[in-house]
Write a protein that binds this ligand. Structure first.
Ligand code: PLP
Length: 395
């Protein structure tokens, strides 16, 4: 074994520790909810999970999982086209398509997989991709995995005149694939989907929207940013996750017209070379969508709690980035400050995460709060008091 190689790794890790950028796992010992038990801290209030609707410990969903485990066993030990497709996959895929007003859908073991699967399938030689600069890392990697001859352009975050200029410059490409997050994960802001759709129509471009942080959160009935802008049925390709509002276990999907889904089945590498979504997760995700479908008031309840948290922060002199989603980022500046503030807040039994460079630009490090419908109003009051105390100490 090469001593030099391992010494190099040690040095990199040491540098991260010195710069305060070294991440440590916290070990959960209970289900994710408004509170959770974490090793060394006991019970903490959770302000940093994507468990937006509080479905992570929903009894009906857990029961659906238990039943599926009994019925289907652990899994098929196979990829979809060999012998890995269950009837529960078909049921879930039909439900996702119906829920999002598309013709069909295909599940993957994560939205990371879905993005890296579908993008290379959609474009080839003579085509181009035009992507928002703040799109999620899985979209960036999906673009990287596309054929080398695909031209890649990046537009300034939500800058519609920059997007239009790129579309104008891209006239010679056969397929122009525009890609955006619906809700941007670090800023919590929404894509200007109405304007993006209008531009795509004007320049005959195809649009892919990643709704991972939007499904279950945006739109009156939780159908995402697309519903928020009144665009259901009008988006070419939607990707999303079951790992956030829709249960939180994991898994993702592509929803689109039948021929797009068929091409993914035929050509996308994660579905050709990697195991299918475990049936237990398919059953739990299906149940999560059914619950959301029958109880759209959960979405409004989440919004009321988010508004309440924002109001309380403002009353205490803390002004996060504005936005309509359940992501509430408080900018604090340097990476090491965000990480040390998060640690102090955690010591007071409130779990938030500090994000710094390279996840966000240098100098824009932040504490990212994510509101869950599982939180009570008392939980939110307690969290704001703790954040205020630490915020004032580190001013
Ligand atoms: N897309 C976006 C916008 C995300 O925020 C995330 C997760 O953070 C993903 C994709 C990846 O989702 P998954 O955990 O299902 O791979």
């Amino acid at each position: 074994m090469s001593k030099k190689f391992y010494e190099g790794i040690e040095k990199k890790l040491e540098e991260m520790k010195v710069l305060g950028k070294y991440k440590e796992y916290q070990y959960l010992k209970s289900p994710m909810s408004n509170r959770a038990v974490i090793e060394k801290f006991n019970e903490v209030i959770i302000l940093c999970s994507n468990n937006y609707l509080g479905f992570s410990d929903n009894r009906e969903i857990v029961k659906a999982g238990q039943e599926a485990l009994e019925k289907y066993g652990v899994g098929a030990a196979s990829v979809r086209f060999i012998c890995g497709t269950y009837d529960i996959h078909r049921k879930l895929e039909e439900k996702v398509a119906e829920f999002l007003h598309t013709e069909a859908s295909l599940t993957y073991t994560s939205c990371w997989n879905a993005n890296t699967a579908v993008i290379p399938v959609l474009v080839g030689d003579g085509d181009c991709i035009i992507s928002d600069e703040l799109n999620h890392a899985s979209i960036i990697d999906g673009c990287r995995l596309a054929n080398k001859k695909v031209q890649r352009f990046v537009y300034k975050h939500s800058d519609m005149s920059n997007l239009e200029q790129l579309l104008l410059d891209a006239k010679q490409f056969a397929t122009k694939l525009v890609i955006t997050d619906g809700v941007f994960s670090m800023e919590g802001d929404l894509a200007k989907l109405d304007e993006i759709v209008a531009l795509c129509r004007k320049y005959d471009a195809v649009l892919l929207v990643d709704e991972s942080h939007a499904t279950g959160v945006m739109g009156k009935t939780g159908r995402g940013t697309i519903e928020h802008f009144g665009l259901l049925g009008q988006i070419d390709i939607i990707t999303g996750t079951f790992g956030k509002a829709l249960g939180g276990s994991g898994g993702g999907f592509v929803a689109a017209k039948k021929q797009v889904i068929d091409l993914c089945i035929q050509n996308s590498r994660p579905s050709l070379f990697s195991n299918s979504l475990p049936p237990v997760i398919a059953a739990m995700s299906l149940k999560a969508i059914e619950i959301l479908d029958s109880q759209p008031e959960l979405v409004n309840s989440l919004h009321l709690k988010t508004d309440y948290l924002r109001k309380k922060l403002n009353e205490n002199g803390i002004f996060p980035l504005e936005g309509d989603s359940a992501i509430v980022p408080i900018i604090v500046g340097e990476t090491s400050k965000a990480i040390s503030m998060a640690k102090e807040i955690m010591k007071k039994n409130v779990y938030v995460t500090g994000f710094g460079y390279p996840v966000v630009p240098e100098g824009h490090a932040r504490i990212r709060i994510q509101v869950s419908n599982a939180l009570t109003y008392e939980d939110i009051d307690k969290c704001v008091a703790v954040i205020k105390e630490v915020y004032d100490q580190t001013k």
